[in-house]
Write a protein that binds this ligand. Structure first.
Ligand SMILES: *[C@@H]1O[C@H](CO)[C@@H](O)[C@H](O)[C@H]1NC(C)=O
Ligand SMILES: *[C@@H]1O[C@H](CO)[C@@H](O)[C@H](O)[C@H]1NC(C)=O
Ligand SMILES: *[C@@H]1O[C@H](CO)[C@@H](O)[C@H](O)[C@H]1NC(C)=O
Ligand SMILES: *[C@@H]1O[C@H](CO)[C@@H](O)[C@H](O)[C@H]1NC(C)=O
Ligand SMILES: *[C@@H]1O[C@H](CO)[C@@H](O)[C@H](O)[C@H]1NC(C)=O
Ligand SMILES: *[C@@H]1O[C@H](CO)[C@@H](O)[C@H](O)[C@H]1NC(C)=O
Length: 763
């Protein structure tokens, strides 16, 4: 079974690295006999080496020449993101300890290297490189570095940022032909007016004050026509997406067995409060944090000042506003408490809800929100904290009768303040700054997002259906479907091969995994251009009037709620993590954006990057079942961990330190994700036995570098890892024969147990 692969190496020796003799691969390969041919160094930087490799992973598929370079614009952008810091093979001694850290701290390193170019330009290697695409890349790179003020290494953005950037690019792209898509033009116009609307001169407060008058004014300004409570509340919820006293949304009943029918329900929940709430776990009571009430009061005063209310009204009205808010907040409780008390997903008919919480006209309210759907007294709704709803209703009744005679209208003022919060993105930047200043006081440490970021988010709220279709058209073509298919198939294979604790439960889990059907989020909700245009037909966007456009967007958002209730079609497109819905695993198109995926990328890059992220997400999604029922997660993760200990601490100590279960689990997930992604790549390679590459790297080399890069930069689970996730490449390479070369650090004693952690999927 062990055919010695011929290994021919001709490589540059760096300080850290000795050339290895042509020894046979110590592991040998059972199925995949690697033929490694390292041709010559070729890389982005002159200092280190690159590899080109002849290899065949499978008997039948053999490629004869180095991978042809991918020269698409997306690839050129991607090669700039691959620095040798992320190449696991360039510094085998320290990459797994420092590689991830290097991305952030290597400002100086990069400067040195970049300035070092001229010294090394005489080198033999460089001449070779000039001929190929290396030269081209280098020119681009130098230009880029000069243009970059901070000189930071190109890190992958997190996935949310990547998605927002992709949407921004779509929204800013020039119109291609007038008739292209009316809906797309509207989204672009919305975004443009949002970007333009920052200055108070352009927006002012007039528009809000006019709207306030239409709602009957308020006692704060002394002009208030005492409009009916229920009417105003219904109007705010149905037309302005504003939910002052309780929140309303749509979703499945989590208590119901996963069922293909996947029925959606109206859900009623606590509202969002503007201030932090403390939970006393002994008395089981909530209380607004007193130290934030003073700043809250002062921000209330600032809003009123911006709206031109004389300051002598502030004390009374802001005082009442805070008093009502804190009274309501008393009955809220944190999710974990509600879970333990079984307060979530309480099923109740609208008729019964009316008897329990009579201050709200529930039927009229819900009918208005979901019009034109028929809603009747006997319909079931799911309530997530009935005690709060009852308390809220009692509070409203009390305050109503208490203040009726005084004419201070605190319930109405409360609702208008809620509306103001909803509309802040459409008002001028002084309102936003006031809100922002208050959130900083309450401990919000996030840096302020740039305006484009906020505008993309606002556009997404109304145009999510359109945007997910545009992303699919532009980014997630056939290649995306293939990636999903390959990753899921190899995941299924991996899970089938696990050793399960008992037959019946493994049968159940494996059946479930077989019956689940992964699909791109846009697949079921595939609308034509005409249908999309129809969806947005009623929108009449104005060039210079973001406020009016924003109000229309709120109506659109409202419509997506009733679409969800009536058809069960959510626009899953703009999330970034897979979810289960009925028998489908929904893979959002939002995952398929640069720099994680592009249809022109080498597949080694797509599978190494998005393939491994997707495998990780899917494993996390399915994990609760797997972890309790199979033996492998524990044994495999302990194996990887002792490998790590033996490499870093010297042998003999393996097994001395054990891992807490959450880390154990994460190690297994991440290692499995790497294996699954690699298997998926091999699967795709069997189908199309050619691929392109970047920077002259071999396929497997590019795959592993991509994995390292993405786990270092954009892995949301990294905090649960006891070591840099890129170390997993070392483990993989020591237990399989197809890495370009050994990742053994030659200073280290060679006694570490290299044969551990083999996995069946790899052999
Ligand atoms: C699935 O839904 C159907 C119809 O809605 C129902 O008859 C069936 O009992 C449900 N199955 C489960 C497992 O809940
Ligand atoms: C505030 O002052 C104005 C005039 O100075 C007066 O008309 C108004 O009634 C005062 N409002 C309150 C709430 O005292
Ligand atoms: C809202 O309408 C309901 C049902 O008609 C009624 O019972 C309740 O008193 C009204 N609420 C207020 C505050 O007027
Ligand atoms: C927000 O806080 C900053 C810094 O404290 C201050 O300069 C600015 O005036 C505040 N803005 C508003 C609208 O309150
Ligand atoms: C979506 O519909 C269009 C035509 O309306 C069709 O060409 C395309 O293949 C469909 N895409 C998917 C993923 O079903
Ligand atoms: C390996 O050896 C090199 C040179 O001898 C040294 O600079 C480096 O720090 C060593 N690495 C480790 C991990 O000991």
């Amino acid at each position: 079974m062990d055919e010695n692969p011929a290994v021919h190496q001709e490589m540059v020796t760096t300080a850290e690295e000795q050339p290895r003799s042509d020894e046979p691969n110590p592991m040998g390969c059972n199925k995949y006999r690697s033929l490694l041919l390292v041709l010559f160094a070729s890389s982005l930087f002159a200092t280190t080496l690159g590899l080109a490799i002849y290899s065949h992973l499978q008997k039948e598929s053999q490629w004869k020449s180095a991978a042809p370079p991918c020269l698409s614009p997306a690839c050129l952008r991607a090669s700039e993101q691959f620095s040798l810091d992320m190449d696991p093979f360039s510094r085998p001694c320290d990459y797994f300890l420092y590689a991830c850290g290097a991305g952030g701290s290597s400002t100086n390193k990069r400067r040195q290297r970049v300035s070092g170019f001229s010294n090394e330009d005489n080198g033999e290697l460089d001449k070779k490189r000039e001929v190929g695409m290396g030269g081209l890349l280098r020119m681009r790179r130098e230009a880029d570095v000069q243009g970059k003020s901070d000189g930071r290494l190109d890190k992958f953005p997190d996935r949310q940022t990547a998605l927002l950037k992709a949407i921004k690019e779509i929204l800013e792209s020039p119109e291609e032909g007038v008739s292209k898509s009316a809906a797309e033009q509207k989204a672009k116009k919305f975004f443009k007016t949002c970007m333009d609307a920052e200055s108070p001169e352009k927006v002012g407060t007039e528009r809000f004050l006019t709207l306030l008058q239409q709602l009957g004014g308020w006692a704060v300004s002394g002009e208030w026509n005492q409009k009916d409570f229920n009417t105003t509340l219904t109007l705010l919820m149905s037309q302005y997406s504003t939910f002052p006293f309780f929140n309303v949304y749509v979703g499945p009943d989590s208590g119901e067995e996963q069922n293909a029918s996947n029925k959606h329900y109206i859900q009623i929940d606590e509202p969002h409060f503007q201030f932090p709430i403390d939970w006393n776990s002994e008395t089981h009571k909530s209380k607004a944090s007193t130290r934030y009430l003073r700043p809250f009061y002062s921000s209330c005063g600032q809003y009123l000042a911006l709206l031109g209310v004389p300051s002598n009204g502030t004390t009374q009205h802001c005082g009442l506003y805070i008093s009502l808010s804190t009274t309501l907040a008393v009955a809220t409780s944190p999710l974990r408490y509600r879970l333990s008390q079984k307060l979530l997903y309480h099923r109740i008919t609208i008729r019964e809800l009316q008897t329990r919480a009579s201050a709200i006209d529930w039927l009229a309210c819900l009918q208005a929100i979901f019009q034109p759907l028929p809603i009747s007294q006997s319909d079931i709704v799911l309530v997530h904290n009935l005690p709060y709803i009852i308390h809220m209703s009692q509070t409203i009744s009390q305050w109503q009768s208490l203040h009726e005679t005084m004419g201070t209208g605190p319930l109405h003022t409360y609702m208008i303040f809620s509306l103001l919060q909803t509309l802040i993105p459409a008002l001028d930047s002084r309102f936003f700054q006031t809100m922002r200043n208050y959130s900083i006081v309450t401990g919000d440490t996030q840096e302020e997002m740039p305006r484009w970021w906020r505008c993309v988010q606002q556009t997404e709220r109304g145009f999510d259906v359109l945007l997910s279709h545009v992303i699919r058209e532009r980014h997630a073509q056939k290649e995306a479907e293939e990636l999903i298919h390959d990753v899921y198939s190899s995941l299924e294979k991996k899970l089938t091969d696990l050793s399960w604790r008992d037959k019946t439960s493994s049968g159940f889990i494996l059946n479930k995994i077989k019956s689940l059907n992964p699909r791109l989020s846009t697949k079921k909700n595939n609308l034509s251009h005409t249908e999309l245009d129809h969806l947005y037909a009623e929108m009449d966007l104005k060039e210079e009037d973001f406020f009016s456009n924003f109000l229309q967007m709120l109506v659109l958002e409202q419509k997506s709620r009733w679409r969800l209730l009536s058809h069960g079609t959510r626009t899953e497109g703009l999330s970034i993590t897979p979810s289960i819905s009925g028998n489908d695993i929904i893979i959002p198109v939002g995952m398929f954006v640069l720099p994680f995926f592009h249809s022109s990328y080498p597949r080694a890059l797509n599978y190494g990057t998005l393939g491994s992220l997707m495998a990780k997400d899917l494993l996390h999604l399915l994990l609760p079942d797997i972890h309790t029922q199979a033996d492998n997660p524990e044994s495999e993760s302990m194996c990887v961990w002792s490998h790590y200990l033996s490499v870093t601490k010297g042998s003999g100590q393996a097994g001395t330190f054990s891992l807490p279960p959450s880390k154990q689990q994460e190690v297994w997930v991440q290692y499995s994700a790497l294996q699954v992604a690699l298997d998926a790549y091999k699967m795709s390679f069997t189908r199309h036995p050619t691929d392109s590459s970047l920077s002259g790297l071999s396929y497997i080399h590019l795959f592993l570098s991509s994995f390292t890069k993405v786990t270092c930069d954009a892995d949301s689970y990294r905090e649960f890892m006891p070591f840099e996730p890129s170390f997993l490449v070392t483990v993989l390479c020591s237990s399989s024969g197809f890495c370009p070369k050994s990742l053994t650090c030659l200073n280290k004693s060679q006694s570490s147990p290299h044969e551990m952690c083999q996995s069946r999927t790899l052999h």
